[in-house]
Design a protein around this ligand. Structure first.
Ligand SMILES: C[S@@+](CC[C@H](N)C(=O)[O-])C[C@H]1O[C@@H](n2cnc3c(N)ncnc32)[C@H](O)[C@@H]1O
Length: 213
């Protein structure tokens, strides 16, 4: 296939994706107008489309209860949310978008509300590169085509995730990022079986932060 054709196909798929994102945002906004009650206890999970009881899900999936492109912020009014949870989501945004999204979380959270996050620990994969003899490749890296006999692919695997990952965290960066977004009482936390998925536990770090009361 010629280069021009490849480029045209790519451009069309980018335009299609952006139109899809706009449609998600319009639908999410409309649903908030119709169904959202600021006075209720509102718990939100970001970047999840599988129903979890007690949470309003916001995701770039038109079928999510509240479809929305999180790059555009959050569809909710100021000071309307009691709790926000995001599991393996922040790493899907670039640095500036992470700050925008966290700023949006703070805007929509009620004073004193908590944000709880879980992200992959990129440090595990860097340690794996530095100390391959101590790295359990099968436990941390699963990919159909990457060759894990080449240790740089531990890093390629997590840092790119086939183009889905855009920004990496270790514990220090996660806490610093939450603090610089204006949250207080920022702290690491343990795995919480009532909240976090067991399947992600071995590769994850967890933190909570509060909006000043
Ligand atoms: C790795 S999945 C995590 C799903 C779920 N939280 C979990 O831990 O199983 C990342 C999620 O982020 C969502 N996501 C990625 N970019 C997004 C965006 N711009 N706006 C809204 N959701 C997005 C994806 O649709 C996907 O559901």
């Amino acid at each position: 296939m010629s280069l021009i054709r490849i480029r045209m196909r790519r451009s069309i798929s980018v335009i299609y994706h952006e139109l899809y994102c706009i449609a998600c945002c319009l639908l999410g906004k409309a649903k908030v107008r119709l169904f959202f009650d600021k006075e209720r206890t509102n718990r939100v999970e970001l970047g999840a489309d599988v129903k979890r009881s007690g949470f309003m899900l916001v995701d770039l999936n038109i079928k999510a209860p509240y479809p929305y492109d999180l790059r555009a912020g959050l569809p909710f009014p100021d000071a309307s949310i009691d709790f926000i949870y995001a599991e393996h989501v922040l790493e899907h945004f670039d640095h500036d978008q992470v700050h925008l999204l966290l700023g949006e979380c703070r805007r929509v959270m009620k004073p004193g509300a908590t944000l709880s996050v879980c992200v992959p620990d990129a440090g595990i994969f860097l340690d794996g590169y530095a100390h391959p003899d101590q790295f359990d490749v099968g436990r941390f890296c699963q990919h159909p085509t990457l060759d894990f006999s080449v240790r740089i692919n531990y890093v390629n695997y997590m840092f790119y995730m086939d183009g889905f990952h855009r920004y990496m965290f270790d514990e220090e960066n996660l806490l610093r990022t939450l603090e610089s977004a204006g949250f207080v009482d920022v702290a690491s936390r343990e795995f919480d079986p009532d909240l976090d998925q067991q399947v992600r536990r071995h590769e994850s770090i967890y933190a909570t932060a509060r909006k000043r009361g």
